[in-house]
Write a protein that binds this ligand. Sequence first.
Ligand SMILES: *[C@@H]1O[C@H](CO)[C@@H](O)[C@H](O)[C@H]1NC(C)=O
Ligand SMILES: *[C@@H]1O[C@H](CO)[C@@H](O)[C@H](O)[C@H]1NC(C)=O
Length: 213
Amino acid sequence: MLNMSFSIVIALALLISSSSTNGIEFDYCVADPTLPHGPFGYPCKDPSKVTTDDFSYSGLRKPGNTSNAFKFGPNPAFVTQFPGLNGMDISMVRADIDVGGAVPIHTHRVAELAILIKGTILAGFIDTNNTAFYNTMEEGDMFIFPPTLAHFQVNVGKVPAVAYAAFPSTNPGFQGISSSLFKNDLSAEIIQKITLLDPVQIKKLKAGFGGTN
Ligand SMILES: *[C@@H]1O[C@H](CO)[C@@H](O)[C@H](O)[C@H]1NC(C)=O
Ligand SMILES: *[C@@H]1O[C@H](CO)[C@@H](O)[C@H](O)[C@H]1NC(C)=O
């Protein structure tokens, strides 16, 4: 009986420790990006080689590259760019949106909390009842986008906009609705059937996004 409950405790302990890379055993687990990325992040870098530089990141000083059709420059600080985030379930992105530009409608695996630092944007999301919730944001304003719902930001001001957003994940993912539909190799016929969009428009968008077939 004692043996059995001991086995259960061990099994539970194993379960708990495997569900988070930053668990009871370690203060931190800086990613070793040379090793494979599993569902709970990267394996830890050798602790004797960890330095202060593993816990700071200067990459967000730089604006994202806005030379694209949306005039949107994302600059992520996810675990790949900032290995110190590994196992911490948190990350950030810097978003630069030129005048007249927009963050294309997209989803993530988790919630997003955004703060506008510069400019004026219209931010919003659409829920599963097809209700659009949106508001104009001025500098210092925040917006929370619920997990998995399609959301967007449009620069409605007269200057380039800069926002930062935090995610409760080191790798929140970014699934653009338009790129999902038009950057793949599904035939235009199938896309017509699953969207009811005009075939001519589908072909045009496939060419624009780099899809095939
Ligand atoms: C920005 O992106 C464009 C288009 O992909 C590319 O041609 C250009 O070199 C990039 N600029 C910088 C500074 O990376
Ligand atoms: C769903 O949307 C409709 C309008 O399209 C609205 O009347 C209804 O109250 C909404 N339901 C919920 C649960 O939000």
